[in-house]
Design a protein. Structure first.
Length: 368
């Protein structure tokens, strides 16, 4: 196994279209790193440059101690699992998994052992004699992963491998891939547009937008301390609520002021917020930090409440999502399922100020 290192990697397509802009990233040996972002953000292009399927415009890619910019894909000692499985329809599962090893002139006994071991790990031994058309989507995905496993590469690359599966099977397969990483103790780079996959699978997440890396950190750190407005809005379900506000002073205290509410700035934030007095800022609060039992118990003061009208109620079983409006801005609250609320009701919701965020309205970078 090996580290994968990207240094100042750039990809420019004809017409001067910059798909990837100066990416610097070190994926450590045996680490599971997920590249996540919206469609067109450059995550798949970055992965394909590591695989050798896209030419690098500038910068370097290293796998282990080797710079592989000019190394053909077959010689990079990586295995890639694609979104469309890329199985040979005329071959059996066994033949699909063995094909790459046959090309590399492995002995038949070695091929058989590797295929049988991989099939055992993935629970597909009973499928070895079938052809892809006789398999379900989940089974085909396991075969595609198995074909990668038999190679025993230095790194595994996954390009949105679960996007063709239904929701239930996606949950099952992402658990299986996480277990596989633990069992194989290998380096894995995984691309997805699904932030839930990123949060549940990754050791570290790389958030990308417009070809630029926005933040690299553990899932929890990205959730709790996003670097900017984009990251905070992209990571989290439902997404973070944003309010257009300004910082004002009332009776020598700083407040976050919106047309319909005023929230007192905690004392510990005063120094960081002071330069923004009388300036526009974006106030961010996650749905679970407004109106939740914890917020109600810790933010009970009228200085930390927002009044709003209930527009939609969405029961989710253990919890309920409330879609609300202040009259000027809409937001979502994630409350206890047993909270009695009706559509059209005016309610007061406490804000857990210790978990809120404030962003510079111009740069969109985080202040608090």
């Amino acid at each position: 196994m090996a580290d994968v290192t990207l240094t100042n990697v750039v990809k420019i397509y004809p017409g001067n279209v910059k798909a990837v802009d100066n990416v610097n990233l070190v994926v450590k040996d045996r680490e599971f790193v997920v590249l996540v972002g919206p469609s067109g953000c450059g995550k798949s292009t970055t992965l394909r440059m590591v695989a050798g399927l896209e030419e690098i415009s500038s910068g370097t890619v290293k796998i282990g101690s080797r710079i592989v910019n000019d190394v053909p894909p077959k010689d990079r000692d990586i295995a890639m699992v694609f979104q469309n499985y890329a199985l040979y329809p005329h071959m059996t599962v066994y033949e699909n998994m063995a094909f790459g090893l046959k090309l590399r002139k492995f002995k038949k006994t070695d091929i058989d052992k590797r295929v049988q071991d991989a099939a055992d790990i993935l629970g597909i031994k009973e499928l070895l004699d079938r052809r892809p058309k006789a398999l379900s989507g989940g089974q085909r995905q396991r075969v595609a992963v198995g074909r990668a496993i038999v190679r025993k590469p230095e790194a595994f690359l996954f390009d949105e491998p679960l996007s063709n599966l239904d929701a239930k099977l996606r949950v099952q397969m992402r658990t299986e891939i996480s277990k596989l990483h633990t069992r194989l103790e290998t380096t894995m780079i995984y691309v997805t547009h699904d932030q839930v996959e990123a949060m549940t699978m990754a050791d570290r997440i790389v958030v990308m937008k417009d070809g630029i890396v926005q933040q690299v950190d553990t899932p929890l750190n990205i959730y709790d301390t996003p670097a900017n407005l984009f990251v905070s809005g992209f990571i989290g379900t439902p997404p973070m609520n944003f309010f257009k506000t300004r910082i004002g002073k009332i009776d020598n205290a700083l407040y976050i002021i919106e047309d319909t509410f005023k929230l007192k700035v905690p004392e510990k934030w005063k120094e960081a917020i002071a330069p923004y007095e009388n300036k526009a800022v974006v106030f961010g609060v996650r749905p679970e930090d407004i109106g939740s039992p914890e917020a109600e118990s810790k933010g009970g003061s009228d200085l930390h409440k927002i009044n709003a009208k209930v527009e939609v109620i969405e029961p989710m079983g253990a919890e309920t999502f409330l879609y609300l409006s202040t009259g000027t801005q809409s937001f979502i609250s994630r409350v206890d399922a047993h909270r009695k609320t009706v559509v059209g009701e005016e309610i007061s919701l406490a804000v857990l100020m210790s978990k809120t965020h404030i962003f510079d309205a111009a740069t969109e970078k985080i202040i608090i």
